[in-house]
Design a protein around this ligand. Structure first.
Ligand code: SF4
Length: 325
């Protein structure tokens, strides 16, 4: 590198990093879309819930899980794409961190889980891949779901409330049970989040002495354990029991098999409560648009509505498998 010429002329860039970034995302999206089509007809480890003895579910809405099983995938806008990229980047960061300590790990293609599940004379494969398994095959083997904190809501849940999100806990418990291995949910917050007024009001201790209430960067790890099929997680030395069971997770998948076998969207109910059976003070449905675009509970009509909306908006439609079920 030379000492800069004080009179130097430098042209405006012809190359855009931003454009390259979005081109790369588009390429990854196309590859992902191809994989999604291949994966229709499988029950996904990442789209999971728990069926409770009451007949209600906690975790991923069954309708969303059925849509994913059938191969429907909504088109993602720029914001969602960037949000997902943040998640991938977080997983890559964790790979780099363990490498610095020469800790062996596997993930993605090297860490695929797959097992058969039978119900109503139908056998389907449940597939998934844990985000990272450290010390694979050794006594220290431990899995992790890595979640990047990108919003105040998740930061509050992990760092102030000390509770993993429902879907994250159920997904981690499922992988832990399938691997027969200890497991963590690890939340990485690498940003400073401004706290809303009502957050400050609800957790005054967390903001004592702060001129401006913020939730600071932090890595928050929730270790899990499973006892006789019942899932617990730990906050420091405190062991918290949940309503999630391994049997309930398998029953959830069986329920999906039953729904697609009978073409019936009506025999399950998504509960509006969390992993501690605590009612949410808001409606979970308000945070999902699926029923806005496909409100029908009639199987054929619902498929038609989903198909039409997704095709019109550039997503991936599961028409093929829909026709074959
Ligand atoms: S709107 Fe509610 S019931 Fe409909 S798919 Fe979304 S979460 Fe499920």
């Amino acid at each position: 590198m030379n000492t800069p010429d004080p009179k130097i002329t430098v042209p405006k860039p012809q190359f855009s990093f931003r454009d390259a970034y979005f081109d790369a995302i588009a390429k990854a999206q196309a590859e992902h879309a191809a994989k999604e089509v291949d994966a229709s007809g499988r029950l996904r480890g990442g789209t999971v819930g728990c069926l409770l003895p009451s007949g209600q579910t906690v975790g991923t809405c069954p309708k969303s899980a059925i849509a994913r099983y059938l191969g429907y995938s909504f088109a993602k806008d720029t914001r969602s794409l960037l949000f997902f990229e943040n998640g991938f980047a977080n997983e890559a960061t964790w790979a780099t961190q363990l490498d610095k300590l020469y800790i062996p790990w596997i993930r993605d293609e090297k860490c695929q889980l797959s097992y058969p599940l039978n119900h109503l004379d139908t056998e389907l494969m449940v597939t998934g891949s844990p985000d990272q398994v450290a010390h694979p095959g050794a006594a220290l083997m431990t899995g992790a779901e890595h979640k990047a904190i990108c919003s105040e809501g998740t930061a509050v849940s992990a760092q102030l409330k000390g509770q993993p999100k429902d879907e994250h806990l159920i997904q981690a418990a499922h992988y832990s049970a399938a691997l027969g291995s200890p497991y963590h949910i690890v939340y990485s917050n690498l940003a400073v989040h401004n706290a809303y007024f009502f957050t400050k009001k609800e957790y005054p201790e967390a903001f004592k002495g702060m001129k401006k209430p913020v939730i600071p960067p932090a890595i928050t790890e929730f270790p899990l354990d499973i006892e006789d099929g019942l899932v617990h997680y730990w906050v420091g030395d405190e062991r918290r029991e949940t309503i999630v069971t391994v049997g309930g997770i398998l029953d959830y998948y069986r329920m999906i098999i039953e729904a697609v076998t009978n073409k019936d969207l009506t025999f399950f109910e998504r509960g509006n409560f969390d992993i501690h059976n605590k009612q949410y003070p808001f409606l979970l449905d308000n945070y999902c648009d699926t029923c806005k675009v496909a409100p029908s509970n009639d199987w054929d009509e619902w498929n038609e509505q989903l198909h039409t909306h997704i095709v019109a908006n550039g997503g991936i439609s599961g028409g093929e498998i829909y026709e074959s079920t």
